[in-house]
Design a protein around this ligand. Sequence first.
Ligand code: ZN
Length: 378
Amino acid sequence: MAAVAEFEDDSEAVTALIAAATTGRFDHTLAQARQTRDWNLAKEALVKDLTDAGLTIIDEPGYPSPTKSLARLAVSAEDDTPLSEVEHEDCPGHVVWIGRREVEVDKNGKPVVLPPEPSIEAPDAPYDLDDHYWFVNEPDDYEGDDPRAGIAPDVLAAYDEAQAEYDKAVDEYQKALAKARAGSRRVTLPAAIYGCREWAERGHHDPHAYHSPSTSKPKASEMSEAEREEAKKARKVVIDNNKAWAPALDVRREYVANLAKAKTPPKGTQKFLATALTEDARLISDVTARHLAGDWLGLNAKNTPKAAIEKATDNRALVMTLIRVLAAYEAPLGGQFGRGEWRRDGTNNATGRYLRFLESTGYALSEVEKFAISKKTA
Ligand SMILES: [Zn+2]
């Protein structure tokens, strides 16, 4: 309960934490309280910067609203150059509000710094690469001569060397990329969104404005009171669950990291592995997953996977296998497409199988994770 002291100035968080202590979901509540606190601190700092810069800060405009973000606006109907923030500074309608942006952070919450892309370019081949491909890989379908025949040996040698160098650079880059992203996840942070609240009067143009009267989504004004309530409720579920998904990931990863220390596998491991290899084998080869598992198992240059397996008992080796497979399920959930995973029907998908297994080993699912394993969609 020492963690409660972190929130001594926030009575709402303290009440929630104390209530959660008896439900087995204390860790989830704590992670959410931390996320809210980090968000608020980042927002305060941002508001201060914007105020110091003398900008007009407004509440995030609803919809419809006479205010539009610059990202939507072009200079004029005749000139579709997008309005830049610097260019727009002097417009009397210039305003800013606090929106959100997604950033990729490492396991310590620091923004991921990606390695520079290799500056080397693929060398020009002295022959037709397509022909070469067919000649080498599909000889039965290829009807021409060896595309390399008749080319001076020193030209071929120089090209092969340049190509090998290029392949090496690309390979190193891919490895550095996977390392930088090991255990990474996407989080949403407050961001300054610039806009214009007099865009129509000031002659800016919205090229994206929707003019067609037919639309699949009914307008709020065309809905009945009950329909409006229903739509509002559905929207709240999406907002709440989107918000809860990232802190749940932190708690879950810490849980699996602890599981990785075990000498013997939890009950149900063999059956889970059999299902994983039958249904979800495509997930295993992901490089990020390999790094995440290495992280959990404490593997590194000294304690190589080979050495660790060598000295493991059969039981420990099974734990290592399990952790490697769990990482394959977990890694994509921190990626760009993992954020929407909770919205899908979880009764027969990879994420559902993964979370249900964790639950069977004693992991307390958060509300959003319960949604993720359910038949419900959003
Ligand atoms: Zn303007």
